[in-house]
Design a protein around this ligand. Structure first.
Ligand code: SF4
Length: 142
């Protein structure tokens, strides 16, 4: 959503991706979240760091209490969603990659940034689109 003029204030919305390091799905959630924060909804999407959040980061936890949060998890264990709900309250929206990407892709071994293919970037773009849809829906109802 673009600013519409003087006085237009965009609601900040937190996005927290899971920290699955071993599987490709975890990597894709973080790539997508970064793209949303830096390119697609800069200034509106605020990335929350899951490890810091779990470790007791007061700034992250307070943000999640005060602003809507979207969790983006690779699998049904929903680590990001559960962590927000444990320490700060309900997430406003959540995404699980298993709802729209193939499981054998999600659970395949992750690759280094140098080994990422165009297909990996295309999948991250799709996840980023899903995040943006949720951001826009939340903002529309603000
Ligand atoms: S949601 Fe799944 S992939 Fe992500 S950190 Fe939890 S167990 Fe790992």
């Amino acid at each position: 959503m673009a600013d519409t003029g003087i006085g237009a204030v965009r609601m900040q919305i937190g996005v927290i991706s899971c920290s699955g390091e071993e599987i490709l799905g975890g990597t894709l959630t973080r790539m997508a979240t970064r793209k949303v924060m830096e390119e697609l909804r800069p200034g509106q999407a605020i990335s929350l760091c899951l490890p810091l959040f779990i470790a007791g980061g007061e700034e992250e936890r307070n943000f999640a209490r005060d602003y809507p949060v979207i969790s983006v998890d690779a699998c049904e264990r929903n680590c990001a969603k559960k962590s927000i709900e444990k320490y700060s309250g309900q997430v406003r929206e959540f995404i699980i990659l298993t709802d729209f990407l193939e499981r054998d892709v999600i659970f395949s071994k992750t690759v280094s940034m140098k080994e990422l293919t165009k297909e990996h970037y295309r999948m991250a773009d799709k996840i980023a689109e899903e995040i943006c849809k949720k951001i826009d829906a939340i903002a529309a109802g603000q």
